[in-house]
Design a protein around this ligand. Sequence first.
Ligand code: URA
Length: 195
Amino acid sequence: MNAMYESWEALKKDCLGCMKCPLGQTRTNLVFGVGNEKAEVMFVGEGPGYNEDMQGEPFVGRGGQLLDKFLEYVDLDRRKNIYIANMVKCRPPENRDPADSEMDCCIDWLREQTRLIRPKIIVCLGRISAQRLISKDFKVTQQHGQFIEKGGILFMGTFHPAALLRNPNNKPLALEDFISLKEKIKEICDHTYEV
Ligand code: URA
C-alpha cells in the first residue's frame, strides 16, 4: 500500500476489503479498530481472537472485559477518549501468535490509522506489539510501565489482558502501569480528560 489516506472513510473501506495475507481468507470479520479517531492515547494489541472475529471489534472477550476495567479505573473509555487497534486485523487460526509476515502485510493499515489519529501516547498490550513497535527484545516483565519516545510519540508496554487472566499475580503491576499512564496523560495530553 502506497496510498496516504486523507480520510478515515477511505482508509476503512480499503482495509475492510484487504486480502493481502492468508488471514483474510479465514476471517469472519475484519477487526479494524474502535474508539475516538482524535484520541491522544492509542492502545495496540496483538490480533483478534474468536469473539473479536465474530463481532468485528477488538478486545470484546474476557480479556477485553478486564481491559475495560483497567481503563475505567483511570477514566479511560473505548467509546470516548482512546482508540484501540491490533497488530493484525484478522484472526490468526487457533489464536496463535500472528506471524511476522502477517504483521508485515498489516502494518501499513496501523501506520495509516496512527497517522490520521496522531496520538501522543501508544500503549502496547503485550509482547507481540511491544516487540514490534518499541524494541525487538522488549521484555514485558522487566520493561512494563516505562515510557520510551520514538518519532515524537511516547510508547509504553504493559501486560496483555489474556496474560493477566492466566497469571493474576501480575494484575497489581498492570494497575500501576495504568496509573502511570494517567499521570503521563495529565502531564502531556490536552483533551483526554478535558479539565
Ligand atoms: N487479544 C488481542 O490482542 N486483541 C484483541 O482484539 C483480542 C484479544
